[in-house]
Design a binder for this molecule. Sequence first.
Ligand SMILES: NC(=O)c1ccc[n+]([C@@H]2O[C@H](COP(=O)([O-])OP(=O)(O)OC[C@H]3O[C@@H](n4cnc5c(N)ncnc54)[C@H](OP(=O)(O)O)[C@@H]3O)[C@@H](O)[C@H]2O)c1
Length: 338
Amino acid sequence: MARICIYGAGSIGCYLGGRLAAGGADVGFVGRPGVGDELRAHGLTLTHYDGGSWRVPLEAIAFSTEPSAAAAADLVLVTMKSGATAQAAAELAAVVSPNAVVISFQNGIGNTDTLRAALPGRTVLAGMVPFNVVRRSPGTFHQGSEGEPEVEEATELAPFLADFTRAGFALRRHRDMLPVQWAKLLFNLNNAVNALSGLPLQQELGQRDYRRCLALAQVEALALLSRAGIVPARLTPLPARWLPALLRLPDALFARLARKMLAIDPLARSSMADDLTAGRPTEVDWINGEVVRLAERFDRRAPVNERLVSLIKAAETEKAGWSGEALLAELRTSARRN
Ligand SMILES: NC(=O)c1ccc[n+]([C@@H]2O[C@H](COP(=O)([O-])OP(=O)(O)OC[C@H]3O[C@@H](n4cnc5c(N)ncnc54)[C@H](OP(=O)(O)O)[C@@H]3O)[C@@H](O)[C@H]2O)c1
């Protein structure tokens, strides 16, 4: 049986690893001591918004804080935040088997390249998790929105496909993951807007000025993607290029047309907002920062996303609470100054 290692056991790692283990796969987790204590005390419970529920008893959980626990793995799922990838890549390079397959199930665009650079000769694949996962209580991780894990197609995946199927995941495979990753990133540009608003997502997305901020950031990214010849994959019924127009609609019309987008737990905030609240570094350099880097490739600037990066950096030390009107004025000024 293939051995699977979850490297960076947090919300996504515990959910994916838990579902795989509940489906009968041989799964080990590498993570921080606090998470180990949590899983040893409570086991793992995985819940799904449609009512599904899976359980991994505590005695069935193999958890380690040591990178060496990844040495025996045939498949490594990398699931830490982007800022920790370089360190994790160096740790994996020292232990992971030459035949192991490594998949980054992280947001952003650059994590796979960071892993590839540190793991020459190994199969490193890009992955993407389209749904959100929250820790509801110790040991309980909840999938709050729809979607199936997406991954770069490779023959090396074949030995593991049955594990994903048994776990109930319809692993979606793509020859080119870049359009899929960028499509997700376009949505994740809202993480910064949400974190700066200080509001739950539902309230923030319910206000036209915040949505106009997101539309500005998306329009900037879409123009650069077009320049780069990347057509974002279609993750919603609406093609990505129409999203800004949808976002700019008046509140009542938006609420009617984008009911699904607003069907979020009323208290849920973006992970960037949670990171700011917890005093952790955010992933802004791997989300809005990716747009800034794409602009640099063409000797251009991405002033709206640049400003969002700098506002989030400022909010890492000083509490943010931007009104939609003030943030929109700030971003429009940045765009004009360019
Ligand atoms: N949560 C979601 O709903 C969601 C959905 C889709 C995609 N994603 C993406 O998935 C990735 C993971 O997100 P997450 O929310 O699961 O993050 P998370 O809850 O912070 O989990 C990551 C865990 O990995 C640990 N870690 C970091 N470096 C490690 C290392 N070298 N060895 C062992 N453990 C290490 C972290 O510990 P420290 O905090 O101490 O570093 C943390 O406990 C991100 O790129 C995120 O954007 C998340």
